[in-house]
Design a binder for this molecule. Structure first.
Ligand SMILES: *Cc1c(COP(=O)(O)O)cnc(C)c1O
Ligand code: SF4
Length: 445
């Protein structure tokens, strides 16, 4: 079994060289040309050759996960772009129209980039976000891309070159100082894009300093899609060995190494390469926790989730979060109502044994916190949603059940209102106080 591969990236500019593309209709190909002007597109040799089942295209879930489809833009946006391309408009006009459409796609769910950026002595640490007491996020500037792009991704503004929207930091030193000062922080989560696109040497510059003299820091997490999209990062890339050495160092230092792995579909757990990569990480002492949003056209079926959780547990991973698809980008294409999300979660949960039931969801990473839908119940003859915080801007909000008026069409927290004529949810007044005058940055999933 050959477990190495050469990374080949495909973008809007060269994807027609993919041999399998000729299996697509002219219409599907045109749609890729149109939609990828607005939403970023990138795929690679592993996704193309080992994950997509080209006999199922265009309905194959991994194809839909990585290739733009016509319906990912609303008809008005699609037609606008399509007519520019058909009329061979010049590049600048296409770019301008693309940017206008992007701005209508809520590029910054839950606000913009200002809130919760921590500072030391008045100096803001760009590239850092600290929203929940125990866990700080860090976005290394070299990790602001991915091995392939997911069509549902909410980080898409980071990939399309609207530069001022980018989080970045080269300030590993400030990161350490911050963690030393903020002893309430026990976890640091490296995120991106995908930190696993970085060379081991660069990632080590951020991580190694944290292994000494920050006793409050007990857990280093790395959020990544590399196991699903490029497992060779852990097997045969030129820096794989060094990366494994870095991971080993983390574990030997006594800190918990948690790989927060994004898997959207069981197919991503089926190749020899991903299995081997998981084994290797586990053998070093890394724990792998898994998460995914619930997405129409990709995984909106309890059987798929149950299969995914079982497979993950069999391979030694721990199911962690099921997210609600966010209110950004192609949300109209992927989103599922909160009620359906809950039903899918519950049905999937009933199909698996306790070892898979570590997974929590469906959860919305909203501005006040991570809000889980606990169910739809009838109280005093009135249907309501039962909800709770899994994480809150104020940790005291966590695990206090609260209710919202039933709304069959609700897909996000801001579609929900308090029930029984209440003016506000119990947390709202304080939430407004905390965020007054501030705008917020994109949350981590
Ligand atoms: C999800 C998230 C975390 C991590 O939360 P856990 O529940 O500890 O996994 C941290 N920060 C932000 C902003 C998040 O959205
Ligand atoms: S950040 Fe995650 S969801 Fe977005 S494109 Fe990269 S791998 Fe996909």
């Amino acid at each position: 079994m050959k477990l190495n591969k050469t990374f080949k990236a495909y973008t809007l500019y060269n994807y027609k060289k993919i041999p399998q593309i000729k299996l697509l209709s002219d219409e599907d190909i045109f749609a890729i040309d149109v939609v990828s002007q607005v939403l970023p597109f990138k795929s690679n040799s592993y996704v193309i050759e080992e994950l997509i089942n080209w006999e199922n295209v265009p309905d194959d879930p991994i194809f839909t996960l990585t290739f733009p489809r016509k319906d990912m833009l609303i008809p008005e946006h699609f037609e606008k772009m399509a007519s520019l391309i058909k009329s061979r408009a010049d590049k600048e006009d296409i770019k301008k129209a693309a940017n206008e459409i992007r701005l209508e796609l809520n590029p910054h769910p839950a606000g913009q980039m200002d809130h919760n950026i921590p500072s030391i002595n008045g100096k803001r640490i760009i590239g850092m976000q600290h929203k929940y007491r125990e866990t700080a996020l860090f976005f290394p500037s070299q990790g602001q891309t991915c091995h392939a792009y997911c069509t549902f991704c909410f980080r898409w503004p980071q990939f399309v070159g609207i530069d001022d929207l980018k989080f970045a930091s080269k300030e590993a030193n400030l990161l350490k100082q911050y963690l030393q000062l903020h002893t309430e922080t026990t976890n640091i989560l490296f995120t991106g894009g995908d930190p696993m696109v970085m060379k081991a040497e660069i990632l080590a510059r951020y991580i190694e300093p944290l292994l000494t003299d920050v006793p409050n820091l007990t857990t280093i997490r790395i959020g990544t899609k590399a196991l699903a999209y490029w497992p060779y990062k852990f097997l045969s890339d030129s820096d794989s060995f060094e990366m494994m050495e870095l991971f080993e160092k983390i574990v030997k230092s006594g800190k918990h190494l948690a790989i927060m792995a994004h898997f959207n579909h069981p197919v991503e757990l089926s190749t020899p390469a991903v299995k081997k990569a998981i084994k290797r990480l586990r053998s070093l002492g890394a724990e792998i926790r898994t998460q995914s949003p619930l997405l129409k056209h990709i995984n909106d079926d309890p059987e798929i989730w149950a299969a995914m959780w079982r497979k993950q547990v069999n391979l030694g991973c721990i199911p962690y979060y099921m997210f609600v698809a966010r209110d950004t980008g192609a949300q109209h294409y992927f989103s599922i109502t909160l009620e359906n999300a809950y039903n899918i979660y519950r049905k999937a949960y009933t199909k698996v044994s306790g070892v898979c039931r570590t997974v929590r969801g469906p959860s919305m990473s909203a501005s006040p916190g991570k809000v889980q839908v606990l169910g739809v119940i009838t109280l005093n003859g009135k249907k309501v949603f039962l909800l709770q915080f899994l994480q809150g801007r104020n940790p005291d909000w966590v695990k206090i059940p609260f209710i919202a008026e039933y709304n069959a069409n609700a897909t996000w927290l801001n579609d929900l209102k308090p029930a029984y004529g209440e003016k506000e949810f119990f947390w709202e007044e304080e939430y407004k106080k905390i965020t007054r005058g501030k705008v917020e940055i994109i949350d981590e999933d």
